[in-house]
Design a protein around this ligand. Structure first.
Ligand SMILES: NC(=O)c1ccc[n+]([C@@H]2O[C@H](COP(=O)([O-])OP(=O)(O)OC[C@H]3O[C@@H](n4cnc5c(N)ncnc54)[C@H](OP(=O)(O)O)[C@@H]3O)[C@@H](O)[C@H]2O)c1
Length: 278
């Protein structure tokens, strides 16, 4: 049983990203503390501007993910901030080619995942992943959906796919290992997998979990859903993979449905293989 942390300290990686900027005021409004990690010191003002009178404490830490390749590298930041929760919302964004995508979306992400899993203080890790990050065809998608994802993963964005799936699988594996540990408390992993991101106004209406195979979602709805999923973890949800698109239902009712049905978009993936990646 995870002990409930009511006022967690959160390490937010990719703090100046668009999703992270939408998350920051929402996290702080809960009274939670946020350390937002950016590479450019000039970005601090933008981050503070999202929450002029924050309920929780906001810190900004300047550090480049270009310098984080190993668990030891990431651990220096975790040891300094001592977070209870980590949120990964960074990404190379397709800029800088395969090398940079591998450095940020794979090496730095996995470094933080492993360092978090090695820290008993960290009880939750939320990864902003993507709906194309999976190896096997979900039974609830159409053939056309799957063909378009295979095309994306093998032709259009293979480097991004390889990086995202590697990080998602390591996170899933290390969380399972923590569950089985007799010396460490569980670390819940939430792999939040939005479709195409837009800057549209939030609607508060989503499809979550085993969604249809293609679609969009505003970044602000991703941010709000992430915060509500963290609250679901506080209430005892074990986490899992959840796909996210714009939809017809309120965020809370979709989360309630997914949690009650124990719905997990990881279904169809090879769990035995994933668990070897811890
Ligand atoms: N685009 C889509 O349609 C889509 C769909 C599904 C999932 N996603 C995923 O959703 C997540 C969030 O998306 P978003 O739109 O918020 O992305 P974003 O605005 O591009 O944010 C990514 C953040 O990562 C930071 N970053 C990149 N390299 C860094 C480095 N070396 N050191 C420190 N920070 C670094 C960037 O910093 P700077 O501000 O300094 O550049 C940026 O703030 C990403 O992981 C993305 O892969 C995207």
């Amino acid at each position: 049983m995870t002990s409930v942390i009511t006022n967690p300290r959160i390490l937010l990686l990719g703090g100046h990203g668009k999703v992270a900027l939408a998350m920051t005021p929402r996290l702080l409004a809960k009274g939670w503390s946020v350390t937002s990690v950016v590479r450019n010191p000039e970005h601090e003002a933008d981050i503070r501007a999202t929450a002029p009178s924050p309920k929780g404490t906001l810190d900004v830490l300047v550090s480049s993910l270009d310098e984080i390749s190993t668990q030891e590298d990431a651990n220096q930041i975790i040891a300094r901030v001592k977070p209870h929760w980590l949120i990964w919302s960074a990404g190379a964004g397709g800029k800088g080619g395969a090398v940079r995508t591998n450095q940020i979306d794979h090496l730095a992400a996995v470094a933080f995942i492993r360092a978090a899993a090695a820290s008993a203080n960290v009880t939750t890790f939320l990864m902003v992943s993507a709906f194309n990050s999976r190896r096997s065809r979900p039974s609830w998608w159409t053939d056309e959906d799957w063909e378009s994802i295979v095309h994306m993963n093998t032709v259009t964005m293979p480097d991004y796919y390889r990086a995202k799936i590697a990080a998602d699988e390591v996170l899933t594996a290390v969380a399972q290992k923590r569950d089985r540990s007799s010396t460490m408390p569980p670390m819940r992993s939430v792999v939040l997998r939005p479709g195409w991101l837009t800057d549209d106004e939030p609607t508060g209406k989503i499809q979550l979990g085993k969604t249809k195979g293609t679609g969009k979602v505003p970044r602000a709805d991703v941010a709000e859903t992430a915060v509500r999923l963290l609250e679901a973890v506080q209430r005892g949800w074990d986490g899992g993979w959840v796909d996210l698109l714009s939809g017809e239902n309120d965020i809370d009712s979709e989360i309630g449905r997914v949690v009650n049905a124990n719905e997990n978009s990881i279904d169809g993936e090879n769990l035995q293989d994933i668990f070897t990646k811890a």
